[in-house]
Design a protein around this ligand. Sequence first.
Ligand code: XMP
Ligand code: MG
Length: 183
Amino acid sequence: MRAADIQDDLSQILVTEEEIIAKLDELATQVAADYEGKELLLVGVLKGAVMVMADFARALPFHAPMDWMAVSSYGTSTKSSGVVQIRKDLDSDLNGKHVLIVEDIIDSGLTLSWLLENFGSRGAESIEVLALLRKPEAAKVEIDCKYVGFDIPNEFVVGYGLDYAERYRNLRDVAVLAPHVYA
Ligand code: XMP
Ligand code: MG
């Protein structure tokens, strides 16, 4: 697919790469202060959080081991099913760990609420959430998210790890997907 065709699929750039990097640097400074002297385990939610993890983790000034969880609640549609399945579980034991879940986006909140409950039963010392994006108008359950990058409107977005049917993940910015693509 040519670059010009990809641009036709986007109706608006919402957050640019520069804004994302600056925000993740800011959040990393906050997280570094909050976890000083503690052992932090970053848990990324595949696949959407890959880019967030890459840039956020590199902005941290200390060792931060990473683990990954793959869950699915979406398929190829643009609405959450609320049914969460584990596709890949963590490699690490959460017992006694300070866990920071790294997410791309909180939409309905259903996936994270399920994850938080699941992690809660694994004996972590603390569990917090960092999400690059959040759609306040789409919330179906309240998520206590300590570190949020940007609140965005209730529209389907792609880029910077976020996909529609596995496409657009490698765009540098976060953009609104034009409705003609999925209508
Ligand atoms: P929920 O609704 O459970 O969302 O908070 C969970 C996961 O669904 C994906 N998601 C999106 N992916 N554009 C995307 O490309 C979106 O606007 C969007 N909203 C939700 C995402 O992986 C999120 O973690
Ligand atoms: Mg995700």
